[in-house]
Design a protein around this ligand. Structure first.
Ligand code: BGC
Length: 387
């Protein structure tokens, strides 16, 4: 009997050792594969002397996403066309200095603390008035001049063999750009095996504050950055949008899109109504408005299709709004990555977010974040082909 027990004990020990070794091998394998699908290289040096790195995520299909630790900026993102050809479909600068010295268009950047505009660059929270950076006429835009798009983020490569991920972290001190509270933000970019870029945001604060995080990539699914995006077809799952005043601040009205140029409920060319005489189109110099998305929770809210290349981009989010911006302020001042200049309307943004000026508009969903709470949000840009 004793012999049998000894024998069983020995067998159990051997089995445990075997499983343990196997686990170790697997995790070693995961690490080396992770290195294979995330490449790190030197990108450039800022005027302040910070060395910036570029992280290239690659999936099994050959799709690539390039991210730098300056502004969490996506400098390149490739997507297949109907012939299986992967091309870069996001606007960007040809030289690092374009991003480092102001990035006037916010190309590819992470936006915070507050995406979009806050009227008159001020808001009241718990009875106290906060004056924030005025960088857009009378208003504050995209977190102020030194918003998150100008900050150096800590990047940690994570993820696995199938889906490389980067975890970006930035700690914004109490009072930065006028906002209250020390805000810790993490953003995880994941490139999935089915050609989607998932963006997961989290933020916590040590004092009551406001937060509205988004991503400011401009897309041109043609892969040719001098071609206007007016030939792209857009479908937006939104019955209403937010009309704006002359400085692009929502008036508070929620207007039905039916019968207006803002109706993208069924697919429509971006160019179809972009030069309409509609007062709101004129105020936006094209489309530069927030649509109130139908439904709640993570759901598909937009589809963009470019018939020339067959490229399709589907956007899903859990946010209440999306700023559809048709690149009206692109002004041909910079070279594009495919030659020529960044001309008017050669890129569009679908910035998922809370409504603009929410801190001042009590009828909008709240953007207040309190100590002990966690802001969490997810947006997915998925690329495919329609033949
Ligand atoms: C805004 C535009 C602004 C652009 C800056 C967009 O989110 O809606 O009005 O010009 O960002 O590049």
């Amino acid at each position: 009997m004793k012999k049998i027990i000894n024998y069983l004990g020995f067998a159990l020990l051997t089995a445990l050792l075997f499983v343990g070794c196997k686990k170790e091998n697997q995790s070693e394998k995961a690490q080396s594969t992770q290195m294979e699908n995330i490449q790190v290289s030197d990108y450039g040096v800022t005027a302040k002397g910070d060395s910036i790195k570029k992280y290239t995520l690659t999936n099994k299909n050959g799709m690539k996403v390039e991210v730098i630790n300056f502004g969490g900026i996506i400098t390149s993102l490739t997507a297949p066309d109907k012939d299986g050809k992967y091309e870069d479909v996001v606007l960007g600068f040809t030289k690092p200095e374009g991003y480092f010295n102001g990035n006037p268009y916010y190309f590819g950047a992470l936006i915070g603390r507050f995406g979009n505009r806050i009227a008159n660059a001020k808001f009241i929270l718990d009875g106290k008035t906060y004056d924030i950076d005025k960088n857009d006429g009378p208003n504050s835009l995209h977190g102020g001049k030194e918003g998150f798009h100008t900050k150096i983020w800590t990047i940690e490569p994570i993820g696995n063999a199938e889906a490389p991920s980067l975890k970006l972290t930035y700690v914004s001190n109490d009072g930065e750009e006028g906002y209250p509270g020390k805000l810790t933000t993490t953003v995880v970019y994941t490139l999935t095996k089915d050609n989607a870029l998932e963006i997961a945001y989290e933020a916590t604060t040590d004092k009551t504050t406001v937060v509205n995080l988004t991503q400011h990539s401009y897309f041109n699914l043609s892969g040719k950055f001098t071609q206007p995006i007016t030939d792209h077809e857009l479908q937006l799952d939104a019955d209403q949008f937010l009309p704006v005043n002359g400085t692009l601040i929502p008036t508070g009205e929620r207007r039905n899109v039916a019968g207006t140029p803002f109706d993208f409920k069924t697919p429509k060319l971006i160019g179809k109504d972009i030069n309409s005489d509609d007062e709101q189109v004129k105020l936006g110099k094209g489309f530069d408005h927030n649509w109130i998305l139908n439904g709640t929770g993570l759901r598909k809210i937009a589809t963009v299709y470019h018939s020339g290349t067959g490229r399709v981009m589907e956007v899903s989010t859990d946010q209440p709004g999306v700023q559809f911006y048709s690149g009206n302020f692109l002004d041909g001042k910079f070279d594009t990555k495919t030659g020529g200049k960044n001309e008017h309307r050669t890129g569009f943004c679908l910035e998922t977010q809370h409504f603009p000026d929410s801190p001042n508009e009590t009828s909008f969903p709240t953007v207040v974040l309190k100590p002990g709470e966690k802001f969490q949000s997810k947006t997915i840009y998925k690329f495919s082909v329609k033949k």
